[in-house]
Design a protein around this ligand. Sequence first.
Ligand SMILES: NC(=O)c1ccc[n+]([C@@H]2O[C@H](COP(=O)([O-])OP(=O)(O)OC[C@H]3O[C@@H](n4cnc5c(N)ncnc54)[C@H](O)[C@@H]3O)[C@@H](O)[C@H]2O)c1
Length: 256
Amino acid sequence: MGILEELFDISGKTALVTGAAGGIGACTAEVFCALGADVLLVDINGEALEAQAAKMKGLSGQARPFVCNAADESEVTGLRDEILKKPGHVDILVNSHGIARRASADEITAEQFDVLLEVNLRSVFLLTALIGRTMTARGSGAIVNISSTAAHVSMPNNVNYAASKGGLEAMTRSFAGEWAGRGVRVNAIAPGPCRTGFTENLYKQDRYVENLLKKIPRGEIAVPMDIVGSILLLSTRAGINITGQTLIVDGGFTII
Ligand SMILES: NC(=O)c1ccc[n+]([C@@H]2O[C@H](COP(=O)([O-])OP(=O)(O)OC[C@H]3O[C@@H](n4cnc5c(N)ncnc54)[C@H](O)[C@@H]3O)[C@@H](O)[C@H]2O)c1
């Protein structure tokens, strides 16, 4: 095996990817699987999940779908127990599920706030804690939580989403600090604007896209493949000395 392959080798690893029926999660699952990892695909949307798993047949690794609401503690516990039976362990956890419920600062309700914290933050706590503890027990593992540039800059109608992602990054650092000496790294990626189901309604508006592009120095809205390389870095030997960090992957959106 050459040095490049050794640094980024993921073959034979077991990776659990949440939000695996969505844009960034599905792309991560496909790339990992194409590189020889066995991937446990987790999503709340059973139909889309089955379709994604079917699409991945024939790739180098195995793809196994699990329908699970990541915000439900008993479902996540059940998922963990199922995985402990077979395949028995997880090497890499990518938490890529998430929702947005846009509401202006003038109108947002406590309920709209709570939902975002439950689905985008508490759920990542559950997965990181329950799957992460199986990693510390084995003495190895890598966790990558998908945050957002919304945790770093103010964007309209985003109070609830920004709070969930800011909390996610702080939580990532704290898990990383406690587990760094036990072989488990915990990091986050903060993507900037990316074309997925998450954003497709916004990006249907030409005016919105035109204004957005003015704020992205790279001059392009990312596609999921533009994000996945950074997830691979944090999941493999190449990222061995990185923990507790949030890597901003945004074409320069937050630097101007
Ligand atoms: N697309 C962007 O511009 C962008 C930018 C920054 C951050 N992000 C983040 O990236 C991550 C992935 O988003 P995406 O763009 O791929 O969105 P997406 O909507 O395409 O995919 C998200 C997936 O999460 C699943 N999901 C939602 N709630 C769930 C739950 N409770 N349990 C299990 N699965 C659930 C959905 O069914 C969906 O398949 C999210 O955390 C999002 O906040 C996206």
